[in-house]
Ligand binder design. Structure first.
Ligand code: ZN
Length: 304
């Protein structure tokens, strides 16, 4: 899990134009909007079965729930901040394999679902577009929001990669194993704009994913660092051009070279921060302002 503090340190040491704000763990009442009390109790008390630990892919630890609640709180705060100011990021998050009653594939809590639940508890008509460009399908998020007309779930991923049992989302783009960067970018630019155009979103939550890189251990994709930057610019510019509030989340990343996963995520956040800053004055507010009457508290790592 070194990739999380490493990305933080890179952004700080390189003077990226970001303001980093710590958060307190997400309260249990927020987690319970998505997760079963029985599952949360197992996480709190270390009573997951061996099979559940195996499927999660992480050993239980007394601070596992605490750490995951912090990660979730940062996504909640980033969403609030982006709605008010246009863009924000989480230096973790995007744990899209987590289901209400079980963790899968290193994902303990579904931070995106908890964040949307929290926002919609106050603003029930808020419409959220989840853009998932991680190498793996966002099966947990897909399942949670299936049938919810207020949430659009887009995922571009390896068709034969984990998870083996895919869940249907609003738009799924399955790619072949070892897909080239050119093919990936063509598929992305052919499908994401139409999906975004089809859904009048108030907020875009982007699970970026550093595991599409050609040197990743699990991604089974072949994007170069430059092609990842092209991916990032495409998603970021698309949202900025339309003044759509954007939240950037980490997703997965398992690079063969130590430190490179953090480098790639810091690149994504740095690219977002630069693009946001480069907009002319007055473009730092979303054009489509949902009816938000509650004053939000400042929160998570944010791009300003
Ligand atoms: Zn992944």
């Amino acid at each position: 899990m070194q990739k999380f503090p490493e990305a933080h340190d890179l952004l700080v040491s390189e003077g990226a134009t970001v303001e980093i704000t710590p958060v307190a763990p997400a309260p249990m009442r927020q987690l319970l909007r998505v997760h079963n009390s029985g599952y949360l109790r197992k996480l709190a008390h270390g009573t997951l079965t061996d099979k559940e630990v195996y499927k999660l892919g992480l050993p239980w630890h007394p601070r596992l729930l605490h750490r995951s609640s912090l990660e979730t709180a940062a996504t909640v705060a980033a969403c609030r901040y982006a709605l008010d100011h246009g863009m924000a990021a989480n230096l973790a998050g995007g744990t899209h394999h987590a289901f209400p009653d079980q963790g899968l594939g290193y994902c303990v809590l579904n931070d995106v679902a908890v964040a949307i639940g929290e926002l919609q508890a106050k603003h029930s008509t808020l419409r959220v577009f989840i853009a998932d460009t991680d190498a793996h399908q966002g099966n947990g998020t897909h399942a949670i929001f299936r049938g919810d007309q207020r949430v659009f779930t887009y995922s571009i991923h390896g068709e034969r990669n984990y998870p083996s049992a895919k869940e249907a989302g609003s738009c799924d783009v399955g790619l072949p194993r070892d897909v080239s960067g050119h093919h990936y970018l063509t598929a992305l630019t052919d499908t994401l704009p139409d999906a975004l155009d089809s859904f009048p979103a108030d907020l875009v939550i982007w699970i970026s994913g550093a595991d599409v890189h050609e040197r990743d251990r699990f991604g089974q994709m072949k994007l170069t660092t430059e092609e990842m930057t092209a991916r990032d610019r495409f998603v970021i510019d698309w949202c900025l051009d339309r003044r759509l509030p954007l939240v950037v989340l980490y997703g997965g990343g398992y690079h063969r070279e130590p430190g490179m996963t953090a480098r790639l995520h810091a690149n994504t956040i740095g690219t977002a921060a630069m693009a946001f800053r480069a907009r002319p004055s007055g473009h730092d507010r979303p054009a489509r302002q949902p009816d938000l009457t509650d004053p939000y508290q400042p929160g998570a790592p944010s791009l300003r």
